[in-house]
Structures are given as C-alpha cells and as structure tokens.
Design a protein around this ligand. Structure first.
Ligand code: NAD
Length: 317
C-alpha cells in the first residue's frame, strides 16, 4: 500500500508517517514548511523518516505541485496539511487559511477524480462546532464555528462530503479535539506552558483558566486515522476525542506536579475565537470504528514535557 500524507512535516503528519512506515506502507509526504513556526522543528520531526527507504518527501505546496503526478500509485490519502491555529486566523491572514485549508483541499479532491484512491481521510477539527453549550458535541449537531479557522475547516469538510456524493471520492472526516504530545505546535497551550515552566517564566493563560478541552493524545489521533482507513464508510464524519476533558487550571496542576514546583500564573484577557468548552461524544467512533482513546492525560503530558525539555535544551545550546 502506498499512502500520501499531506502536512507530513507537521506535528500530527510526522507521527502518522512514522506509524504508516511501521505498518509497512510506502509513504509519500508533502509539506511546504509554512512559516507559522520554525522550519527547524519540522525538519527535526522528519529527520529519521527521511532516512527510511519507504519514505519519499516532497517539499512543495499543494496549491502549486502537480497533484496528478503526486497521486501516481497512491492508494490512500491522509490529508493533514492546513494552516492551523484559531487566533491567527482573523483579518488579512484569512487568505492564508482559505488558500491552504479550503482551496488546497478542493484541488486535492479534484485531482483524486483523475487518480482514484481507496480512502481519503481528512483532518477536520472540533472548531467546526463553535461555542456550543450543548455538550457533548455530536456529529449530528449543526456546526457553527466562531473563528475563521473553524470556518475554513468546515468548508473543507463540506468539500470532502460533496466530492464523495458527486464523484465517489471515498472521503471521511475526523474531527480532532485539541491534540497534544511530543512535537506539539509551539502556539499550543501545553507547549507554551511547559516552555515557560522550564524557563522559570510565568504561565500566560487566556481567560480565567476554567475553560475545558477534550485533550487527545497524538498516538490516539494516529490510531483513529488507521481505523478510519480500515473501517469508515465514505462520506462519514467522526469525533475523535481523548476522553480527558479537563480545565486549563486542572492541566496546570498536573504540570506543577511534573515540574516538581509551584508555578506563577498570569491570567490575561480571553482571545476572540476561543471557545469555552469542548467535549466529544464518541459513541459513533466507538461503534463504527472501534475507536477507544488509550493515553491518559497525566501520561501524555509527561511525554510532551520530556520532548519540550530536550527542545529547550537544544535551542539554548
Ligand atoms: N493540533 C490540533 O490540536 C488539531 C486539532 C484539530 C484539527 N487539527 C488539524 O490537524 C492537521 C494537522 O495539524 P497540526 O497541529 O499537525 O499542524 P502543523 O502546522 O504542525 O502541521 C500542518 C502542516 O501542513 C503544512 N502545510 C500547510 N499548508 C500546506 C500546503 N498548502 N501544502 C503543503 N503543506 C502544507 C504545514 O507546513 C505544516 O507542517 C491540520 O489539518 C489541523 O487543522 C489539528
């Protein structure tokens, strides 16, 4: 089996490539090293992959590359590439989001008409739900994103659905709930908290810290992609959560235990586009995919801490 992983040098994409290689797949990874965070972090994430004979890396943007050629011989697409991040998606930046999240997805789906694949797994987001009080969030609820990022992820999800309905592209969308673990993006809360804790700086928290998230470890996300490949029916949408819903203040208590000391917290104004709570109803993923998150938050946070400790040491050396 040959798979295409888009966003291969990113946080989730690089883990997914490693998993697929271990499963004996040939993997073509594409990434254009968007400058949202340092290229050096992404290069480090794929350094071992690049040495593997079953891994081919293409440095290019999905909106510029010859997609028909890229899809040559590919059986499965895992579409992880996107401009991520809720807070940066306002204003003029929206063009970056629409180009890389919406247009790129449409072009890739269109190319799959020429070069059919067995499965197209799209990395959607819990951001499509918006700020609902109707918890847990169910796939059957009407999505109502409250950030331009969420709108772009939902638009691409709709594109997956309509290319499935009209042209039989076997697309499946997985709505990831806040993903964490080693290689987490530097703009994400745990990455920032651990870095500040290691640098002896106060932890900046947007809002009162009582907002909660259904944090999902990257290993569980990767597993869900595999299950989607094996079991999901075309056109389906699934919530993929971690089953570890916790407030940011709760996370900080665990971080204090890991750091082994008290930490200073600097509470700041809530950011536009941030939702108050997320919580996945995973009944559908459980029943139809056999998905069950395995990594507990305490355990997952420790793996991320160890990775960030190495990163902080490496950056200061
Ligand atoms: N991390 C999370 O908590 C989370 C939650 C929900 C959904 N998602 C989705 O999961 C996917 C992966 O997110 P991540 O956190 O790993 O982000 P990331 O930024 O680490 O990875 C995305 C990668 O895609 C690449 N990319 C962007 N546009 C591209 C293009 N046009 N052509 C080629 N490469 C391109 C970037 O350079 C980047 O390396 C994204 O689709 C994101 O929307 C992530």
């Amino acid at each position: 089996m040959k798979s295409l992983v888009t966003g291969a040098a990113g946080f989730i994409g690089s883990h997914l490539c490693e998993y697929l290689i271990e499963k004996g797949f040939e993997v073509v990874g594409i990434d254009n090293f968007m400058d949202y965070y340092p290229r050096s972090i992404k290069e480090a994430s794929i350094a071992d992959l690049r040495k593997h004979q079953n891994f081919e890396f293409v440095e290019a943007s999905l909106v510029q590359v010859d997609l028909t050629k890229l899809l040559d011989g590919v059986d499965v697409v895992f579409h992880q590439a996107a401009q991520a991040g809720v807070r940066a998606s306002w204003g003029q930046n929206f063009k970056i989001y629409s180009d890389n999240n919406i247009v790129a997805t449409q072009m890739l789906l269109e190319a799959c008409r020429e070069r059919p694949v067995n499965k197209f797994v799209y990395a959607s987001s819990s951001s499509v739900y918006g700020d609902t009080r109707d918890l847990p969030m169910r796939e059957s609820s009407l999505p109502c994103p409250v950030s331009p990022y969420g709108v772009s992820k939902l638009a691409a999800e709709h594109l997956c659905f309509l290319y499935c309905k009209n042209f039989g592209i076997p697309a499946v969308s997985l709505r990831y709930f806040t993903v964490y673990g080693a290689r987490q993006r530097p703009d994400m809360a745990f990455h920032r908290f651990f870095t500040w804790a290691l640098q002896d700086k106060p932890l900046k928290v947007y809002g009162d810290g009582e907002q909660s998230r259904d944090f999902t470890h990257v290993d569980d996300i990767v597993e869900a992609n595999w299950l989607a490949l094996e079991k999901a029916l075309p056109g389906e949408v699934f919530n993929i959560g971690g089953g570890s819903r916790i407030t940011l203040n709760g996370v900080i208590e665990i971080i204090k235990e890991i750091a082994g000391r008290e930490l200073e917290i600097d509470y700041q104004a809530k950011q536009k586009g941030d939702v108050r709570h997320t919580m996945a109803d995973m009944t559908k993923a459980k029943e139809k995919l056999g998905y069950k998150p395995k990594v507990l938050i305490q355990e997952g946070l420790l793996t991320e801490y160890e990775w960030i400790r190495d990163l902080v040491e490496w950056s200061s050396s």
